[in-house]
Write a protein that binds this ligand. Structure first.
Ligand code: TPP
Ligand code: MG
Length: 810
């Protein structure tokens, strides 16, 4: 066994070191790089022999990552992609055991702390949420935001990670948050493949960081390919740093420092990273390090072979320019090591990597073997008394014949045994059922837990404080209620920041933040460019680093431009780290009906379906919205709040505790009692439903109006289902397309809440038309549910049930 891998980080300045020390550092680096390469080679074999499902590795990218690791310090952050194993090993943020554990999908946070076996291999993360849900100290550790597989999808979050350093340095009120920053000295390191720089998210992030001047260091690993597609078809001039030259800062301008260096030139790489990161850290200038001439010794991934699309010449060039081959050559030429010493180092390293691989494989195998033995014994016991003994024995023998069995095989065998003996009463059955039940619990923890972090600070645990009103409570515009709520929260908690298009100077297009920038500074309430994805990413990164961002998307219709970040990154964060990371960002937006095709959207269907892992709040007015913000700003889970676009100028009474009262999530409210029909609605349609209720009252129909208030979670006390006990009729009204938000609500009430059994008529939904709403009052009337539509929908259902009492309307 070699000595444990020493971290490769630390200053590298040949002039300050003795030759012996210098040699030691270089040899240690080479060993880390070589071990990493062995891990890639073995990893691929493990996939090709069927022990692991998929493999993507960092071979050909080792040397640049050794250099990058030298510039990486405690407190720094990485947001990167699947090629970075060498960097992770060199910094000590990951190791070979964890690497193999993840490759085998080992569902244990001790073995694979990054994802507990949930992510494909080489998807890295450090755990910054303690077991008790509190934040770990981030300045003492090196930090890695959890990777995602979508190439370029991590870029917006990188911006936020870097922007946090800017706020920590410039806003002295944040000094008390010592566990997150030391004077904003932390650099956010990003990595991305050359091909993925074609993504819009890359360009959006790149520009935003140049505007904001944040300590963000982007490394582009350029191997001239994106799977099979060559640079010629990806990048103008086939050279990303060449075309980004316009971003180079000049005297008196903002912008970047741009570096270009070859991926096999160890010395140049070390010098470049040291220079680049010094500037970035000290001056908060973003830097780009374009690392060219990288290779892929094993091709892109285990899904194919690169011999199919690379020419013989290219493959030969790659062999020669393999960064480890080049580094080895240079080490021997420079008398850092001899060929024999290198051979010995490599032989030892190979053995060591093999040991790590076996340890992970055997560790998981041992756990599974225990389960296989347990279930086999239980089935054999059953076989002794069963008239289907032969079939049961067959299940056991089939199970023992499975090559590389998994938990699935053990569990499925148990279920099959129960099916085979379904008609028999056997004493041994209960033991098997008990085993299945207890394994179900464990497997649910392993594979289904932590959609939300679910800590004590969860919004679901925030005490409910009711809104209070003075006798002479002022009746003011809805926007002023929000304004008072934000003011109070900004005063209370210095870590809250808000940003978005037009949020700063004018206080957002509907003036919820009016006057607050001048009161709390432009570090806390700020304008951004028109860049929805990176507005959300800015929020995610800040929230990861202990700040409390309200990231504003100007109109709900523009949420689509940030959906990748919301869905892929934010919504999956807690799940993909099994609770190891959280980002309590609040995305604020406004939607539902107003005017025109792009300012009247209510696309809850896509939101509900793509954002499990984010709370979805749909307040009916600004008071409820304020109560939700008060809840969310005191808790630690992400949420989307959709305010009613047409509600800012409607009058509401100002609660005396506008910054304190809380609206709990998942708690439906009955806004009007009635016995004939339950009508469930949310957001802007609620007002219409309440008006319709008055009309219907005149017709002798009494509807019960329920507001679920939040859609994730949905009505956790079964208020809707219970209402059906009284009414037996259900209508759902919203202004999404048919089969969108209303279908989701229908499933919740009928299936989850058991409402199906309480109905005496077909449940109905009333939604908007399938096209987007046209501009103008008439367009709205003929496209979205109106008062007349609601009245008629309810009446027609009553007419269906009792035509003599409720004759046809027309
Ligand atoms: C958004 C997205 N589109 C497509 C893919 C499929 N995909 C995975 S890797 C890859 C190529 C990436 O090439 P590059 O950025 O150059 O990185 P490299 O793998 O060469 O290091 C593609 C197209 C993906 N994962 N995510
Ligand atoms: Mg590439």
């Amino acid at each position: 066994m070699p000595e444990t891998v020493t971290s490769a980080t630390g200053k590298f300045n040949a002039a300050e070191l003795s030759f012996d020390d210098f040699k030691k550092i270089v040899i240690n680096d080479y060993r880390i790089g070589f071990e990493s390469r062995q891990a890639s080679l073995i990893g691929r074999r493990e996939v090709l022999t069927g022990k692991a499902k998929f493999g993507i590795f960092g071979d050909g990218k080792e040397v640049a990552q050794l250099a990058m690791a030298k510039a990486f310090r405690a407190g720094d952050w990485r947001a990167g992609y699947y090629r970075d194993q060498t960097f992770m090993f060199a910094t000590g943020m990951s190791n070979l055991n964890e690497f193999f554990a993840q490759l085998y999908a080992y569902p244990d946070i001790e073995k694979d702390p990054a994802s507990a076996g949930r992510q494909m291999n080489c998807h890295f993360a450090t755990r910054y949420v303690n077991a008790d849900g509190t934040w770990a100290n981030q300045v003492e550790t090196m930090n890695c935001a959890a990777d995602i597989s979508t190439t370029g999808g991590h870029m917006p979050r990188l911006l936020g990670l870097a922007y946090a350093s800017k706020l920590y340095r410039q806003n002295t009120e944040l000094e008390y948050l010592k566990q997150f920053s030391v004077n904003g000295n932390e650099v956010a390191f990003g990595t991305i493949g050359n091909g993925s720089t074609s993504e819009g998210l890359f360009f959006e992030t790149f520009n935003a960081a140049g505007v904001l001047q944040v300590p963000m260091a982007i490394s582009i690993w350029d191997d001239a390919y994106a799977i099979s597609v060559p640079a010629k078809l990806q990048t103008t001039k086939e050279d990303i740093s060449e075309i980004l030259k316009g971003f180079q800062r000049e005297n008196g301008t903002n912008g970047y420092e741009i570096f270009k260096v070859r991926g096999w030139d160890y010395v140049a790489l070390c010098e470049t990273y040291e220079r680049a990161i010094d500037i970035c850290r000290r001056d908060h200038v973003p830097v780009l390090i374009h690392v060219t001439e990288m290779t892929q010794p094993q091709g892109h991934s285990t899904s194919g072979s690169h011999e199919r699309y690379k020419s013989k010449e290219r493959l030969a060039w790659e062999n020669e320019h393999d960064c480890l081959v080049q580094m080895r050559k240079w080490m021997i030429e420079s008398a850092i090591s001899t060929g024999e010493e290198m051979d010995e180092l490599e032989a030892t390293a190979k053995k060591y990597v093999r040991e790590c691989q076996r340890e992970a494989w055997n560790g998981l195998g041992d756990e599974i073997r225990v389960e296989l033995k347990q279930v086999s014994e239980l089935i054999e016991q059953l076989a002794e008394d069963s008239e289907n003994g032969d079939k049961l024995k067959e299940i056991v023998s089939e199970l023992s014949a499975v090559v590389d069995p998994g938990r699935r095989d053990a569990f499925a065998a148990g279920r099959k045994a129960l099916r085979v003996t379904v008609k028999e009463k056997l004493i041994g059955k209960q033991a098997l059922i008990n085993w299945l039940n207890s394994e179900t619990q464990k497997n649910s923890e392993r594979f289904n837990s932590k959609l939300f972090t679910g800590t004590l600070q969860s919004p679901l645990n925030i005490p409910v404080i009711k809104a209070e009103y003075d006798e002479d409570a002022r009746l003011i515009d809805g926007r002023e209620i929000l304004n008072a709520c934000f003011d109070s929260n900004f005063e209370r908690d210095k870590s809250i920041v808000a940003f978005g298009e037009d949020v700063g100077a004018i206080g957002d297009v509907n003036q919820g933040f009016a006057g607050l920038q001048s009161k709390y500074s432009d570090l806390r309430i700020s304008d951004t460019g028109i860049r929805e994805a990176t507005i959300v990413g800015q929020g995610v990164g800040l929230a990861m680093r202990g700040l409390r961002p309200i990231a504003e998307i100007q109109y709900l219709d523009y949420l689509l431009y940030s959906i990748t970040v919301l869905s892929d990154d934010l919504a999956s964060l807690s799940y993909r780290t099994r609770g190891g990371q959280k980002a309590p960002v609040i995305v604020r937006t406004r939607g539902h009906r107003l005017e025109g095709i792009w300012h009247s959207g209510s696309p809850l269907g896509f939101i509900l379906n793509s954002m499990r892992g984010i709370h979805i709040c749909v307040p009916r007015d600004m008071t409820q919205a304020a109560g939700m913000y008060n809840t969310l700003l005191r808790s630690d889970e992400p949420a989307l709040v959709i305010e009613c676009l047409n509600g800012y100028r409607l009058k509401e009474r100002l609660p005396s505790n506008v910054g304190e009262f809380t609206v709990p999530l998942g708690k439906a409210e009955i806004l009007r009692e009635g016995s004939d029909m339950t009508v469930v609605s949310y957001g802007s349609t609620l007002r219409i439903v309440l008006e319709a209720a008055e009309e219907l009252e005149k017709m002798g129909i009494h509807i019960e109006v329920v507001d679920p208030q939040t859609l994730h979670p949905f009505d956790t006390d079964n208020v809707c289902g219970n209402s059906l006990k009284k009414t037996s009729k259900l209508l759902i009204v919203d202004e999404d397309v048919t089969g969108g938000g209303s279908a989701y609500i229908l499933q919740k009430i009928l299936e989850t809440q058991g409402g199906y059994y309480l109905l005496d008529a077909q449940p109905k939904t009333l939604s908007a038309k399938e096209h987007r709403p046209p501009y103008g009052t008439d367009g709205d009337y003929f496209s979205k549910p109106s008062l007349d539509d609601v009245v008629e929908a309810v009446y027609n259902m009553m007419n269906e049930a009792n035509p003599s009492k409720y004759p046809d309307l027309y």
